[in-house]
Design a protein around this ligand. Structure first.
Ligand code: ADP
Ligand code: MG
Length: 660
């Protein structure tokens, strides 16, 4: 059965679903809600002050629509609920106006202020609700409504029979897990939250079980494989290092040695190069790519974003070109003719180092003799089972660069199949980034500071959590901030906006102008999180800092402090300030991620969901870590006692080639 066989899904919705990475019925069924709305209608008289409640009501007066500012409006009307006449107000829902006729029954969600007899609604729906309703909420995109996704899934659920279940029977018995089919049904159409918990636990367990099988499989596979013992002139490598614009730190030297030894060894290198933002991983990678070129092999470096790939290309090019190493950049947005020419040169061995984005793994990219594959910011790619970069070479050496300071316990579990080099200290001359948590009403001081920095010729990053004004929450967005900043600086400062939905050419152009110093303030979403390197930027201001995990904030902060200038980070937030203050007191990525872990905030040791995580559909490495540890134990026992795996497991494993 295919997606198109599901009732209601046409070609248009297929395109939209594909954008959400849904290609098959299984993908659709495993597209789990990320939270639930619970509606339980109550009688207003019994409601507690200042808590969110759901009530039924009838509209008693024609709504009044008033515009308070541009982009800010209010609807208000009178409504009757259980013989109580109340005033109802809702903000920014002008579009509801035409549907709210007198006499209509509605359901309201919001807070009631007894003294003012006013109900401030966050949600209004037509019709009445008589019993508790649980509504799954899915991550969605423009053009596809939440309830559309829900109805597709419901149709699919009706059709589906026997979903493959990967938890072995004896473990299902041990934990008294419900069947997979049942769990999937519950997750999408729950009757109560209790059963959701049970279903979730079971699905998380299974997802981890498969994950650990893959990891174990890789670990065993890597033990056996022989790579190529490469030979190169070590004197040349030493000269290269000596001629770098700075001397390497001790950790960098050790990391280089580790990698060079792996290159020389007949064992296939499989190394995690871990180091905090700004610790200088790129130089290490460059040195190894140079050595690899000396030994007559090609290297590929894959970065998660085009901006970052381009930046790596510029940096590395400067370092290696004096040694007649041929380096090129390959990205998705290139012209076809240029792309084709490059592919030809690559095939014939005329390119030593290829830098790029995901475009590197596309089918038509073939190397003459790919000997080294480096993946930057590796956690952003997830366990990849489809085609990948290293298949393009014959047992190439592998380096993963990661800036995520993963606590040791995680590293040991997730990366147990890899060797690790750790860069702990940052290059000399780096000053600590001075960090301040500020309230919204202290913004003026921050603006003064920004002006001072700009007067000194420095540049500033501003980060907001969203691109457009959101209906749901009151968050800063990049466009509104641009307007307010232009106003605050009386249009005298060059300000630009950068976000992930912009065209590549636009993004590049703005990045270039920021790099050249023409743009003074860059207002961006977290697209600047990874790796962007503009040395002259000395201040970063992050709005709605409460929305981000500490590890993400630390990464963002790493955009400044890239030379010996005094650098500053301002975290603007009225909430969750105690957690944010961890960043005021520490610049140590490892300490910060441990604190984040201890404070157990829901969220993102590994970045937000949008940025790809480790590709888990329901499990969360951090929140569900205890389950992972249990699964680790169970799965290795399972493998020990089952030398001949069932077909269904072999099917998953045969496509697993690496974690990248
Ligand atoms: P990472 O990729 O680990 O975040 P980068 O490799 O981008 O860090 O390095 C950050 C900055 O520090 C770059 O501008 C780089 O040129 C510089 N750098 C790297 N190593 C050293 C060093 N040993 N001494 C001085 N500066 C260095
Ligand atoms: Mg980097």
């Amino acid at each position: 059965m295919e997606l198109t066989d599901v009732k209601g899904i046409g070609p248009k919705s297929i395109t939209l679903l594909n954008k959400l990475n849904i290609y098959t019925i299984e993908d659709l069924l495993e597209f789990y809600p990320y939270r639930y709305n619970v509606y339980k209608p109550i009688n207003l008289e019994n409601c507690e002050e200042n808590t969110n409640v759901t009530i039924n009501a009838t509209i008693e007066s024609t709504p009044r629509l008033s515009y308070i500012r541009r982009n800010f409006n209010r609807l208000s009307f009178k409504a009757l609920t259980n013989n109580l006449l109340i005033n109802v107000t809702i903000f920014n829902r002008a579009f509801l106006y035409k549907n709210l006729d007198v006499g209509k029954n509605i359901m309201l969600v919001g807070k009631y202020d007894k003294k003012k007899n006013t109900f401030v609604a966050s949600e209004i729906k037509l019709g009445s609700l008589y019993e508790t309703k649980i509504e799954p909420v899915y991550h969605t995109i423009k053009g596809l409504k939440n309830n559309q996704i829900g109805s597709y899934i419901n149709s699919a659920l009706e059709e589906i029979s026997n979903i493959e279940d990967f938890i072995p029977e004896y473990l299902k018995d041990k934990y008294q897990f419900i069947s997979k089919e049942e769990a999937i049904k519950i997750i999408h159409t729950p009757k109560n939250i209790e059963e959701v918990k049970k279903a979730k636990l079971r699905l998380i367990y299974e997802e981890f079980f498969i994950f650990m099988l893959k990891i174990n499989y890789l670990k065993n596979k890597n033990k056996e494989v022989l790579g190529t013992a490469k030979t190169f002139d070590e004197k040349k490598v030493n000269t290269f290092i000596k001629n770098l614009p700075f001397s390497l730190t001790e950790d960098q030297i050790t990391a280089v040695e580790d990698c060079l030894n792996d290159l020389k060894s007949s064992k296939k290198m499989n190394r995690l190069l871990q180091g905090d933002v700004g610790s200088g991983k790129t130089i290490v990678a460059t040195t190894i790519m140079y050595a690899n070129a000396l030994s007559g092999y090609q290297s590929a470096l894959m970065a998660p974003t085009e901006i970052l790939a381009r930046q790596h290309y510029e940096t590395i090019k400067k370092l290696v070109e004096p040694y007649s190493i041929k380096i090129e950049l390959l990205v998705g947005s290139m012209k076809k003719s240029k792309h084709n020419k490059m592919i030809e040169r690559l095939k014939s061995g005329d390119i030593d180092i290829l830098i790029g984005t995901h475009a590197l793994i596309s089918k038509d990219v073939t190397f003459q003799n790919l000997g080294l594959v480096i993946t930057d910011e590796q956690h952003r790619f997830g366990v990849n089972q489809r085609g990948n970069l290293q298949n393009k070479g014959h047992m190439p050496d592998i380096i993963y660069m990661s800036a995520t300071p993963i606590p040791r316990t995680y590293a040991l579990t997730i990366y147990q199949d890899m060797d690790t080099s750790l860069i702990k200290t940052k290059p000399n001359g780096r000053k600590e980034i001075q960090t301040f948590v500020k309230k919204e009403n202290e913004l003026k001081r921050v603006l003064f500071h920004i002006l001072e920095e700009i007067k000194k010729g420095h540049q500033v990053y501003v980060v907001a959590p969203s691109i457009e004004e959101s209906e749901e929450r009151n968050l800063h967005d990049v466009h509104n901030l641009k307007t307010s900043f232009l106003q605050a600086f009386q249009n005298k400062v060059e300000i630009e906006v950068l976000h992930g939905k912009m065209k590549t050419s636009e993004k590049e152009n703005i990045m270039k102008r920021f790099q050249q110093g023409d743009v003074k303030i860059l207002i961006a979403t977290t697209v600047i999180e990874v790796g962007v390197d503009v040395k002259n930027a000395t201040t970063i201001v992050i709005f709605n800092a409460e929305m981000f995990g500490l590890a993400t904030l630390h990464q963002l902060r790493g955009r400044v402090g890239r030379n010996d200038l005094e650098s500053y980070c301002f975290l603007i937030s009225d909430y969750d300030r105690e957690r944010l203050k961890v960043l005021e007191s520490s610049n140590d990525g490892f300490y910060i991620s441990e604190q984040d872990f201890l404070m157990r905030r829901e969220g993102d040791l590994f970045g937000t969901k949008q940025s790809g995580d480790m590709d888990f559909k329901i499990a969360n490495l951090k929140k569900d870590f205890k389950i992972l540890l249990q699964v680790k134990e169970d799965s290795s026992k399972f493998l020990d006692t089952n030398q001949n795996l069932e077909e269904k497991y072999l099917n998953i494993l045969k496509s697993v080639t690496s974690i990248d």
